[in-house]
Design a protein around this ligand. Structure first.
Ligand SMILES: [Zn+2]
Length: 92
């Protein structure tokens, strides 16, 4: 179980990201960045939902705990590194 302070901190980061990603785009934004942001939104929403459900920090695929270092690096992570690698390999 992750501690409440950490969860609150991750929620704040995710909500802040979401707000920025959904903000009206400025005209001088590179297209790649806009696409990257749009791709990130479902992940952020998914992570916020997991925070609500109390499953945040657990891998969607194998149910293992996602390492804190990974969550700090990628607050919207919904899979452990192993499953994420498998997932993105399967997609390409
Ligand atoms: Zn996993």
């Amino acid at each position: 179980m992750l501690d409440q302070d950490f969860l609150a901190q991750q929620r704040a980061i995710l909500e802040d990201k979401l707000r920025r990603y959904l903000a009206p785009e400025s005209g001088d934004q590179p297209v790649e960045l806009a696409l990257k942001r749009r791709d990130a939104v479902p992940y952020i929403l998914g992570a916020l939902k997991k925070l609500d459900l109390g499953t945040y920090g657990y891998c969607d695929d194998c149910g293992e705990v996602i390492p804190l270092a990974r969550l700090e690096l990628v607050p919207g992570a919904c899979r452990c590194v192993e499953c994420e690698t498998r997932f993105s390999n399967a997609r390409h």
